[in-house]
Each structure stands twice: as C-alpha cells, then as structure tokens.
Ligand binder design. Structure first.
Ligand code: DGY
Length: 317
C-alpha cells in the first residue's frame, strides 16, 4: 500500500508530478491556509507533510499524526514548525535553502532602490499627469556611493545581498551570531549596536527565533541613524511593527522596504498610508523558476526520507 502524503496548499505542478506516482496524495489545492483540524481530518495517517510557511505545524498537530516521518517546508524559514516537538517524535524536518537565495536578494535590492529613489510616488505622479517638466529637485532621493549598509544575518541571502549593495558603491558591515566565513574580505563584522547606529541602510536576513524576535525593538529603531533606510525580507516579527510605523511617521527614517509583516497577512494600517514605505506581499522568492525549484526540492526531500535516505536539506535541530 502506498504511503500517504498531505500537501497543505497549492504548490507548483513540478512538485506534484514527482510525488503523485509514489504516494497516495491528499492535495489541498488552495491558496490560503486551512485550519489544522481540517488538515488532520483529511489525512490522519499521513507519513509525510508538505506544508507552506503560513501553516502552523504545532506540537499538537505533530502529535495527532502517529505515522508521520517527515515535514517538508516549502520555505527556507522554519519558524512555523515546532522543531522540538518534531525532534522528540523523531520526525525529520526539511526546508528549501539555496534555490531561493538570489531571488530573495534581488527583491531586497528592488525594495531598496524603490525606497531610495521614491519610485512608487514617482510612478503615481506620472500616472496622475502631474509631470509638467524636468526640475532640479523633482523626486531627488537617496544616493548610495560611499554609504554603509549593515546586514543583520550574514547567511546565504545576506551575503548575496551584500554583493549587490557593494555594486552600488556601499561599504558592507554585518552582524551574525558568529563571524561569517565570508568570501569577501571587505565585508566586516560589527557589534549589533554599532551596526544600528552607523549604517545608512539596514537589511534583515536573520532567521526568526525567540532570540531574534523584535531584534529591531522600538529602542533600536530609534538608535538607527537619522535619514537611514530599513529593508526586511526576512520575517515580520524581527521588527516591532507598531514602533516602526511611528518611527517612519516621525521622519526619523528616510524610509522602509518591507516584504514581510508581523501579523501576516495583516499589515499595520499606518504603514499603508505612508509614502516613504514600499510594501510587498511576502514575495521574496517569487520567481517562477525559484518557486518551481522549491517545489522540486520539497518533494524530493519527502521521497528521500521515505527511501531511508537523509536529504541534504534536512534541518539540523
Ligand atoms: C522563505 O522561504 O522562508 C521565504 O520567506 C519565502 O520565500
């Protein structure tokens, strides 16, 4: 008898094709998360779960699937899964690293450029037919040459972003739990306090853990350099969003580019009204190529675990 695999939401066809011949799939082809109770009811004997970052895989969820062997998260971030509960049950957890590195770094750069050069207000200005001619101060923005970018979390995505801002003429400092084995000697380690006080741009690339939740607290947001830019393509909970809205409103920051939010899909209402903020609906990895590769990686991990192999993308807990 084929083992059963639960797929909690829509994923690209490539992933489904890999799994459908080998397993009895319970595929919820939906684009918003279903309640846990509904998922559990649909496949109580699941040996594998392929889930999205918007599914909460709690201790209770894991405990109700007695046949569960593997949870494969269609994301690199794994803060939606109770890792300790999985470990205690001997359930393997996998994610989708590497394949989304460049796409996510690209989006972080796109947000930075859009904020710095006021592209969204400038686009609206043109569409509203307000453009009456060239003027020396029209949408004059933030230049990059010689300024400092501080990267919090110098993993693969942070390093890819560092290369991009270096190309803009910025110097790069980073803060990490440990000194990164960085290929670039010009990227230097900094204490978190110094990075926050001295950077003209700060970009967040650290995983969300209990230690990094609100790593940009109100106090730290106020310590950021006046006129600096904040970019977040990591997780919304890294920032105190209420405090960020206030700091942006006060004009202390030049602006912010945000792809992730503290209570997704809800966005703090004040952020929606501010002109110096560029918002994106958590699309860091959203290129067609990357999303297909993520599906293949997530599906392959399930196949490998069922074959008794250890996937390279197994999360070490
Ligand atoms: C991830 O993979 O964790 C991203 O946030 C989604 O692309």
């Amino acid at each position: 008898m084929k083992k059963r695999v639960l797929i909690t939401q829509h994923i690209p066809e490539e992933g489904i094709r890999l799994l459908e011949n080998q397993f009895d799939l319970v595929y919820h082809d939906v684009r918003t998360p279903l309640p846990s109770s509904e998922l559990l009811e649909s496949c109580p004997d699941a040996a594998g779960v392929l889930c999205l970052l918007s599914d909460r895989i709690s201790q209770d969820f894991i405990s109700r699937l007695p046949s569960l062997k593997v949870i494969s998260n269609y994301a690199v971030g794994i803060n939606n899964i109770d890792l300790q509960a999985a470990k205690n049950r001997g359930v393997i957890v996998c994610n989708t690293p590497d394949v989304l590195t460049q796409a996510t770094a690209d989006l972080a750069l796109g947000l930075l450029l859009a904020v710095a050069r006021k592209l969204l207000p400038a686009d609206r200005y043109c569409r509203n037919r307000e453009f009456k001619g060239w003027a020396s101060d029209l949408f004059a923005g933030f230049g990059f040459q010689g300024k400092q970018c501080g990267i919090i979390g110098m993993g693969k995505i942070g390093t890819a972003f560092a290369g991009r801002v270096k190309a803009l003429g910025m110097t790069v400092v980073y803060h990490n739990r440990k000194i990164a084995e960085s290929p670039e000697k010009s990227f230097s380690f900094s204490s978190l306090d110094d990075l926050i006080k001295n950077s003209d741009v700060i970009s967040l690339h650290t995983p969300l853990t209990p230690e990094t939740r609100h790593i940009l607290s109100r106090e730290r947001l106020l310590q950021m350099k006046k006129g600096s830019i904040l970019i977040n393509t990591g997780r919304g909970e890294l920032i105190d969003e209420q405090a960020l809205a206030e700091v942006l409103k006060s004009g202390h920051l030049y602006g912010a580019g945000l792809d992730v939010f503290e209570n997704e899909p809800i966005i703090h209402p004040d952020l929606l009204t501010l002109d110096n903020v560029v918002l994106a609906p958590h699309i860091g990895s959203a290129t067609l190529e990357t999303r297909n590769e993520m599906a293949i990686l997530a599906a392959t991990a399930i196949i490998e675990v069922m074959q008794g192999l250890t996937p390279g993308n197994r999360v070490v807990i």
